[in-house]
Design a protein. Structure first.
Length: 565
């Protein structure tokens, strides 16, 4: 197959941008921020599924982005796109990507050079796997990049990936420069990702920039992260919810005059409250003043026969190293691989805790047990055509583990958490004027054994161990034995409670017996407000479990709930 390209690309000036996942629930909400502070930034760079139809269906902010794109331009940053890995993206998927980018007017498509997903199943937390920086890794990344570009009508912009474990003999900037030379594609320089490589390699932050083709950089990313240390080694963990490091602000300031083709600087401020995001954006605005600049005309790469994907860069072996299937001592960078594993395990644990907060602590509360899950066939099947989600893979693994190592306490907790989603199989009627009914996301729950002490213990143990870890610098996981003891002594009486549906996952809340009975009644039909005892009404409103119909003069201000588990 021959790559089809235009003779040249014209890239408009975009200026200063803010990233978004286009979810109304996320902070900062870019359009509210821009409405409150006009001119604070110039464009929105967003991540969403490659298909325009899927993005419309899944991204709650998509309608506003679509309606405002003529006034607030966008860049599409599709983190669902593999630029390394064992298989090339299907042509049908790339056609969807091209149609999506053209529809929203994205002048280019940028993405980290990494392995993001297997058959559409992303790695947990979208933590891609970085290719090795050697000839094998380069050859496979070239095949991926040219294959993607062959199906795009706008340029694919290549972003340097984050690095924790050193793999290959090249510096990341040398790798990216060679990738540009072999593909002719423009570059995106992520400053935090560069910092991660420099720390992992024990190099100064500016190392490798001399001789790097900065004239090919059309976009720069700046975001927050955390620097941690293991002995003499330092590691930068790319976490956009964290504050931006001062080193990165200074690096950006020094690079701006050295990047003549620069068209955009994006602040990836995911998770920053509006007032905090404004602080960083105002500082960046002073470096990148508003106003138009002439468009940039870039020479497109010449048409060529697409190279084959060899697989010599061994992506599945690096997957296994990152998830604990091989001893770290057998890897190229044992200490870096351990740091990479820790980050991945932390993300897996955080995601599992949304659906399995009790079972995860009881069955995979330690690093050893988490690795037992991520190195299991159930976890691997998640990425090899199993068609299941991470929570489903965990439940399958947990049931097998309990068959092999019976534990009555963990069995009850797993059964309870498997039952929680079934509480929402039936819709609850909405209250009318003068009535009280269930909040849409709340249902009553019941279980044959009383696990209220376990719910309380899980919260108490987490708080205690976390506080101690902050004080002494080490998480004492032997303290989980107290939780295991409580799990083995459930109350004998049937138990009623409240289930709150969250996105994602479910939350279990212990409530008084009277309120539990009220919730059960309201799941069948609303009740008149005056028929509900005042104490129960106050308890239900306080915990956001019940709501009032359209009753004039009634205060609907609800205090936030305080979950027990």
């Amino acid at each position: 197959m021959t790559q089809a390209v235009s003779d040249a690309w014209t890239l408009p000036w975009r200026g200063l941008g803010l990233s978004s996942n286009l979810s109304a629930a996320d902070i900062p909400q870019p359009y509210r921020l821009l409405d409150a502070s006009p001119g604070l930034f110039d464009f929105v760079e967003y991540s969403a599924p490659l298909s325009l139809d899927e993005a419309r269906a899944q991204a709650s902010l998509f309608p506003e982005m679509w309606s405002r794109r003529s006034d607030v331009p966008v860049l599409f940053h599709p983190v669902h796109l593999n630029l390394w890995g064992p298989e090339l993206e299907p042509v049908s998927v790339l056609k969807d990507l091209d149609a999506h980018a053209r529809a929203v007017g994205s002048p280019w498509v940028g993405n980290d050079v990494g392995w993001w997903h297997v058959g559409g199943q992303p790695f947990p937390g979208y933590l891609y796997i970085t290719p090795p920086f050697n000839e094998a890794g380069l050859s496979d990344c070239v095949a991926h990049a040219l294959h993607v570009q062959a199906h795009l009508s706008m340029p694919l912009v290549l972003e340097n990936p984050a690095v924790l474990a050193r793999r290959g003999e090249w510096h990341v900037l040398d790798f990216l420069a060679k990738l540009h030379a072999r593909t002719g594609l423009p570059l995106l320089l992520d400053l935090g990702h560069l910092f991660s490589h420099q720390l992992a390699s024990g190099l100064p932050l500016e190392a490798g920039l001399d001789g790097f083709p900065l004239e090919q950089v059309v976009e720069i990313h700046i975001a927050g992260g955390v620097v941690t240390r293991r002995g003499a080694r330092g590691f930068y963990v790319d976490d956009h919810t964290q504050p931006v490091r001062e080193e990165l602000f200074k690096l950006l300031e020094s690079l701006l005059p050295r990047c003549p083709s620069l068209r955009a600087v994006t602040f990836e401020g995911d998770g920053h409250p509006a007032e905090v995001a404004q602080v960083s954006l105002r500082r960046l605005r002073a470096m990148i003043p508003s106003g138009e600049r002439p468009p940039l005309r870039l020479r497109a790469p010449e048409a060529r026969t697409l190279p084959p994907l060899t697989g010599d860069s061994r992506p599945w072996e690096l997957f296994e190293a990152g998830h604990g299937l091989v001893p770290t001592g057998a890897t190229e960078d044992p200490e870096g691989t351990l740091a990479d594993q820790d980050f991945r395990l932390a993300v897996v644990a955080e995601l599992l805790d949304k659906d399995w907060p009790l079972s995860r602590l009881l069955l995979a509360g330690t690093r050893e047990d988490l690795v037992a899950f991520t190195s299991s066939r159930e976890y691997r099947n998640l990425f090899e055509g199993g068609g299941r989600s991470l929570p489903q893979s965990f439940s399958t693994w947990a049931m097998r583990r309990l068959r092999e190592r019976p534990d009555d306490g963990a069995s009850a907790a797993l059964s309870l958490e498997m039952m929680a989603p079934t509480a929402f199989m039936k819709a609850a009627p909405a209250p009318g004027a003068g009535q009280v009914g269930l909040v849409d996301e709340v249902r009553p729950g019941s279980f044959p054994a009383d696990l209220s002490e376990l719910l309380f213990a899980a919260r108490a143990v987490r708080r205690h161990l976390t506080s101690r870890a902050w004080a002494c610098g080490e998480l004492e996981l032997s303290g989980l034995e107290a939780l295991a003891q409580v799990a083995r002594r459930p109350g004998a009486s049937p138990w009623t409670f409240a289930v709150r549906r969250k996105s994602p996952g479910h939350e279990l809340l212990s409530v008084s017996r009277g309120l539990a009975e009220l919730l059960r009644e309201l799941s069948a039909r609303p009740r008149a407000v005056e028929s509900v005892p005042l104490a129960l009404l106050a308890e239900g409103l306080h915990h956001r479990l019940i709501r009032l119909g359209d009753t004039p003069g009634v205060d609907r201000t609800l205090a936030p709930a305080r979950p027990v588990g």
